[in-house]
Design a protein around this ligand. Structure first.
Ligand code: GLC
Length: 642
């Protein structure tokens, strides 16, 4: 039982009802964990006064919580694990690319409703440096809306409209670093000791060199190394991401408390889900790669436990794009189980799906997914195929070897397949952060272009076009049914192709992730009534599948996923079950040729009790010949137990 469940239990037993009394109860329920986590990071002999400060801070932060959000907090506490509901379908978007600004976004609520989307991840909208800003992930403020998006009033109006329409909002909390123009950084540049201590700054290269021995590079092409020399202060600053993103020094408890304050003020704008950006990097230690360290987990859990006391209706998403066995740890382990992040990106599934498309086989996917330990029951995934970032090839080398492949050569094949280095590949992606020394690289590109739509439209080849559309629908269908919250990347619902215009903008040209950050094409949306367009085929299938998802509570995430081995290496088969009578089975063909599976075991699972069942994707009865079920190239079917 996690802390949120304990709060519900204790408050119901003691019949505590008023918001303030509930706050006190949450504080006392979480206090020993908060204390333990705090002193694990900030030793008690030096920091007992800092702990007192934190205890005084929490009620002050609670007093800032608007009444309306407090009421919502209490409803969510009662509802428990509300984020696992089958009703939630997400979309990630850049405000400026979607419909100009926050007011423009407000006008598009009906678009979300039409598609069935009710959870929006808005990319960073606060002030940032002019020129390069890593798409706003270099923050000049955690609260002040950049005027190109509108004002704070526009944001408040939008969040209030979202609440009225039952739409959830996710914003990023860029917790690992600020920009070099953030007020703390500016004061540090002036030599103010208090703020020098907010970052990792060094007067010479001794410590940076010691770190560099094992620290990997996040952006080796554009921002090599992990430290930047700042002439104004004649010091080296730790900058793990870009040179203008200064890493915050969380060994200083003041930084934690100042950031907690920023976090609370941010969620009070009406944020339901906090995307905890780059959280794997939060703690640094010489001699380690300074990712996923136990202290980073304790720190995330400390943020979580404090925010839960102040604003319990908000939850955390772990943005940890790390190895599968490391991602799962962000749900918490031991006493932190279920008390760290409620949601995590299923980056493993995402990368494995791209591997299956390129290899047309699902073996690596099965191997990797079956080896990952089960997640805590209160936690869930965000399942996605594309986002604003690149696709990293973070597979487990040992699994690649078990497939009989050489890990390095296999990764090279994937880069070749997706980045236009193989004549026969339909994919049109770009290389990202390629390191010729190691051969490592990542992939950028829109889902539609990576899945062959761009090249199919260029060649005018009908089969290629059909394949591309089927692949887009296949991957979307999987994220809608796999278990967790599906997150559609804006533009993918209308099969948007790569946007090459970034190469003409000097603030973007060095970063090929901009190829997959296109403008929303509203002229295409206007034409969706024409069912023959590839974009319409994608949009209407997606819309239909969203409605099927919402009509089937078995698709809520209750850790009810069963992976089935079908005996066909091109197929992925998984089932979502509730009890012996309820279930949905999803069968996917990753091959460019038709593939068959034996329908006998599907019968045994209970899918044919009333004759041949209907495929929920097409609403047509499936055909079984001589005991074999045949799927067309890249076809996916969803069957329901009846
Ligand atoms: C996250 C974001 C990415 C950004 C990085 C640094 O990984 O998704 O776009 O570059 O954090 O903030």
């Amino acid at each position: 039982m996690n802390q949120a469940a304990l709060h519900k239990l204790v408050s119901n037993r003691l019949n505590v009802k008023t918001p303030k009394a509930l706050f006190d109860l949450r504080l006392s329920t979480n206090l020993s964990l908060i204390q333990q986590l705090f002193f694990s990071l900030y030793p008690v002999d030096k920091h007992s006064k800092d702990f007192d400060k934190l205890l005084k801070l929490l009620p002050k932060l609670y007093a800032l919580r608007p009444d309306e959000l407090q009421r919502q907090d209490l409803e969510r506490l009662e509802a428990e694990s509300w984020y696992q509901n089958e009703n939630i379908v997400g979309m990630q978007l850049y405000v400026e690319n979607f419909n100009k600004d926050l007011k423009g976004l407000h006008k598009k609520i009906s678009y979300f409703k039409d598609l069935g989307v009710n959870f929006i991840h808005i990319m960073p909208i606060t002030t940032r440096p002019k020129g390069e800003s890593d798409g706003g992930y270099a923050v000049n403020s955690y609260l002040k809306v950049d005027k190109k998006y509108g004002s704070q009033e526009d944001l408040l109006k939008l969040t209030s409209a979202f609440r009225k329409h039952g739409i959830l909002l996710m914003l990023d909390f860029v917790v690992n670093h600020t920009s070099d123009e953030y007020p703390w950084a500016k004061k540090a540049k002036k030599g103010e000791q208090k703020y020098l201590d907010y970052y990792y700054t060094f007067e010479d290269r001794t410590i940076p060199d010691a770190f560099e021995k094992v620290l990997p590079e996040v952006f080796p092409e554009t921002s090599p190394g992990n430290f930047t020399y700042i002439p104004e202060m004649d010091r080296w600053v730790m900058t793990v991401f870009n040179s203008y993103q200064w890493d915050l020094n969380y060994t200083n408890p003041e930084v934690f408390m100042a950031m907690l304050t920023n976090l609370v003020k941010m969620v009070n704008l009406g944020v339901d889900v906090v995307r905890f950006d780059a959280l794997a990097f939060l703690w640094k230690k010489i001699g380690t790669i300074s990712q996923n360290l136990p202290e980073a987990h304790n720190l995330v859990s400390l943020f979580r436990m404090c925010l839960q006391v102040v604003a319990p209706g908000t939850i955390f998403l772990a943005e940890a794009i790390v190895a599968p066995k490391d991602i799962i740890k962000y749900f918490g382990e031991g006493p932190k189980l279920g008390n760290e992040c409620e949601v995590a990106y299923n980056a493993s599934l995402m990368a494995l799906l791209w591997n299956s498309i390129a290899t047309k086989k699902t073996g690596l996917l099965y191997k990797s997914l079956t080896e990952v330990p089960a997640k805590p029951k209160e936690c869930t995934w965000i399942n996605y195929i594309r986002c604003h970032d690149d696709i990293g090839l973070g597979y487990d080398d040992s699994f690649i070897r078990e497939m009989g492949w050489n890990p390095q050569q296999h990764r090279k094949f994937l880069l070749d397949y997706y980045c236009q280095r193989l004549d026969w590949s339909p994919a049109k992606g770009l290389l990202f952060m390629y390191n010729p020394k190691t051969g490592d690289g990542r992939i950028t590109g829109s889902a539609a272009s990576l899945l062959g739509l761009e090249s199919a439209l260029e060649s005018g080849h009908k089969d290629l076009l059909e394949n591309a559309i089927s692949k887009i629908n296949l991957l979307h269908g999987i994220i809608l049914s796999f278990g967790g919250i599906p997150m559609i990347y804006a533009g993918d619902e209308i099969a948007t192709l790569n946007d090459y215009s970034y190469s003409k903008d000097s603030s973007k040209s060095g970063d090929s992730r901009w190829v997959n950050r296109p403008q929303q094409d509203w002229s295409v949306v206007k034409k969706l009534g024409n069912g023959d367009l590839p974009q319409s085929k994608v949009y209407h299938t997606l819309k239909h599948l969203i409605s099927v998802r919402k009509a089937n509570p078995v698709l809520a995430d209750t850790n009810n996923l069963v992976l089935h081995q079908s005996g066909n290496s091109h197929m992925l088969v998984f089932e979502r079950t509730q009890d012996a009578k309820k279930g949905i089975i999803v069968i996917c063909n990753f091959d460019e040729n038709p593939q068959v599976i034996d329908s006998g075991w599907l019968m045994k699972l209970g899918y044919f009790t009333k004759g041949n069942p209907k495929d929920l994707v097409t609403d047509k009865k499936i055909d079984v010949k001589s005991g074999l079920l045949e799927l067309q190239p890249y076809q996916m079917i969803w069957l329901k137990k009846s």
